[in-house]
Write a protein that binds this ligand. Sequence first.
Ligand SMILES: Cc1ncc(COP(=O)(O)O)c(C=O)c1O
Length: 342
Amino acid sequence: MNKRGFASDNNAGVHPEIMKVLQEVNGGHTIAYGNDPYTASAVKKIKGVFGDDVEAFFVFIGTAANVLGLDALTKPFHSIICAETSHIHEDECGAPERWTGCKLLAVEAPDGKLTIEGIEKYMYGIGFEHHSQPRVISITQSTEMGTVYSTDQIREIADYAHAHDMYLHMDGARISNAAAFLGVGFREFTRDAGVDVLSFGGTKNGLMYGEAVLFFNPELAVDFKYLRKQGMQLASKMRFIAAQFERFLDEDIWLTNATHANRMAEMLVEEVLKIEKVQITQRVESNAVFAILPKEIIPVLQKEYFFYIWSESTGEVRWMCSYDTTEEDVKNFSSLIRSIVS
Ligand SMILES: Cc1ncc(COP(=O)(O)O)c(C=O)c1O
């Protein structure tokens, strides 16, 4: 069996219950491209969580969810304000810029969170034809730095966006971890807080693949079916994404998985903080742990457990816990760090 590590929640396999569902829906023929009962049923369940008028579209990957969701909100002369650390800015190979034509305006955000003060630095040149026009604020929940916006912080940004004729987009690749941390349902800090479009993630929390783009204002979704097809994300065998989501939305999957991953991150911090020379650099509010270690031990540790160096300049590394991380994994990993450091 593959050894579990702390490189990414994407490195985990598929949750057994999700695998079971994939088997269950595998029999026989059903209409392709989302015109099947599994997709209808999953969309109904999403509506049950977020409200009847939500428009939901399944796609394959998170980058596509972000890019196509942003595309639906913009024209190429617009700009998108996001955190410097955001996935759309750092880790999507320029796909948002290429696809939407928009300029990304990256705000310095050491803890991954946008603030009104940071956003305001880019709010100039409005109505001036030489300047790209800010149209969307994009936030990530939980952030790329493992921190979580409170519902009030999201509402404040949403109110600001709407007061300036802009939209609020949320990259929810790890939305379950944020909900588990906040102790509330998905709706409270998304739709009810003023988010307009959400990339609703599942892959990092136990799905094989699949994300959903949710529109909380149906008017914004009018052309999305065309954007999705043109964006090469209309799955012919849609039933397999839909069925995963339907099962995922049960609390014994999304909440149990995310709560567990978050708890493993807490435990990892407790363990590594006992080790001299290990510094934790971010608040641990989800399933990510950021640390600074003596530089020379990183390659030694990576031989046993692959993980990513987040910042070459500071030596900051990122460790992610997953739904299947065990207490033993945490203990073994921290013992190894202890033995290498001392
Ligand atoms: C914050 C965030 N958004 C979106 C994604 C989606 O990425 P992918 O296109 O690999 O599914 C990721 C994956 O690492 C992520 O960390």
